[in-house]
Design a protein around this ligand. Structure first.
Ligand code: ATP
Ligand code: MG
Length: 416
């Protein structure tokens, strides 16, 4: 892929309203462009990373028996009246009217829609369990949209809903989804901590949040120095120095970014919206539900926050938009261009390659390459005519001059 065609509008200065490192860097690296408060265009580089996150999510959910579908963002008021949330949700709900003055909202979440979608079908225990998910744009008129993709008013979420005949089955799936989430975030190169949380708006019994520990997080987590106890402070009320309720150890607090959460919803929606099934005992019962979210655009931002300095980024292996960044210092004379293109073509057989074909000074190209953060950079300079290139591994900052003959071996050994 030629960089000149990719559309990577890098900037010298971050926008004035960007407060946190990841937001500044995402704007400077040409990943996102704000259109209004809390609403962003995902530019091609960011879009490639988002697709990678989505692929990981799909793989981990599909292999555990979940099915992907796609529900409408435009949701009619009557379903929200059934659940009672049209009145309860408050100003975060983006409300609008159609030409006949009927009320709609832009979906902030999809419990109503998914319950409506399945309720005629799940008439018997024989139809259960079900696990349905989608990857979609959500809308929430957040009071304080900020920190770039962290708290947007329009953002990308994966939401999954499960349906069960009894509590044991919900418990089993909940555990399986907890494992899926752990795997999704591990593969995404994010270190997460699972913390128990209160159930807030949604209601139900058990809930866990997946947190990326970070100074810029909006949540405070109380965790134990001695055991695995960790809880959202909103829920635990525990502060630095308090006694751990589980083991008596000492509690510490730290900030975290919530990238995902899982809830045991119970029968809140199935009762209010009449999603009933006939049980093994022949009784009509409300189906038991679980719901599970991942903030995909927030995960992208958390990844940038975790893998960057003020001026440089290094994408984790499974998220990176490209594997190799080929940077010719000079991409002008025809014979050289032909040779570089030949090398890139051969690399593209095995790797995703970004070629900086722009007519820019070397310094500009190097700065942009640091911002873009492709893990391996190959500089094509004067020694190219002698069969040599400069190879930088950003994961360990190791730079070496390589013979082109050894390049294939080196790349193989890196397990890209
Ligand atoms: P928060 O407490 O941060 O407002 P929430 O409890 O409202 O989150 P959910 O409704 O459970 O979040 O949404 C699932 C996931 O979607 C969250 O874990 C988070 O990663 C992401 N998310 C929620 N709100 C936003 C937002 N405004 N912008 C970006 N991502 C969001
Ligand atoms: Mg919220």
């Amino acid at each position: 892929m030629k960089q000149s065609l990719l559309f990577v509008p890098t900037l010298k200065e971050a926008p004035k309203d960007a407060e946190v490192k990841s937001h500044k860097l995402m704007a400077r690296a040409g990943l996102i462009k704000q259109t209004s408060a809390g609403v962003y265009t995902y530019l091609p580089l960011a879009h490639r990373v988002i697709r990678n996150i989505e692929t990981i999510i799909r793989e981990e959910l599909d292999k555990r028996g979940c099915s992907e579908m796609l529900m409408p963002a435009l949701q009619p008021r009557d379903l929200w009246d059934e659940s009672g949330r049209w009145d309860l949700y408050g100003p975060e709900l983006m409300r609008l009217k159609d030409r006949k003055e009927r009320d709609f909202c832009l979906g902030p979440t999809h419990e109503e829609i998914v319950t409506h979608a399945v309720r005629d079908y799940i008439n018997s225990y024989k139809k259960l369990p079900l696990a349905l998910y989608q990857i979609q744009t959500k809308f929430r008129d957040e009071m304080r949209p900020r920190f770039g993709l962290m708290r947007g008013r329009e953002f990308i979420m994966k939401d999954l809903y499960t349906f069960h005949e009894n509590q044991e089955d919900l418990d089993r799936w909940y555990q399986s989804m907890k494992e899926a989430y752990t795997e999704i975030f591990r593969r995404s190169g994010l270190e997460t901590r699972i913390v128990s949380s209160d159930t807030g708006q949604i209601g139900g019994d058990e809930a866990d949040e997946f947190m990326v520990m970070s100074e810029v997080g909006e949540d405070t987590i109380s965790y134990c120095m001695s055991c695995s106890y960790a809880a959202n402070q909103e829920f635990s009320g525990l502060s630095d120095g308090d006694v751990c309720p589980k083991c008596g150890g000492t509690i510490r607090t730290a900030k975290g970014i919530e990238v995902g959460n899982i809830f045991k919803l119970g029968t809140k929606y199935s009762e209010s919206m009449n999603a009933l099934f006939t049980s093994r005992e022949g009784k009509r019962e409300p189906v038991i539900m679980g719901c599970y979210g991942i903030g995909i655009s927030r995960t992208l931002m958390a990844s940038v926050e975790q893998h960057s300095t003020e001026d440089a980024l290094v994408w984790p292996k499974e998220l990176t938009p490209f594997d190799l960044h080929v940077v010719p210092v000079n991409y002008r004379d025809d014979a050289l261009i032909e040779k570089v293109d030949g090398l890139v073509r051969s690399l593209e057989k095995d790797y995703r390659v970004l070629l900086d074909d722009r007519d820019e000074r070397a310094g500009v190209k190097f700065k942009d390459a640091d911002l873009i953060g492709v893990p391996y950079r190959m500089v094509i300079g004067k020694d190219f005519s002698n069969g040599k290139i400069e190879f930088l591994n950003r994961y360990n900052d190791h730079k070496e001059v390589l013979d082109l003959e050894d390049l294939a071996e080196t790349l193989k050994s890196l397990n890209i």
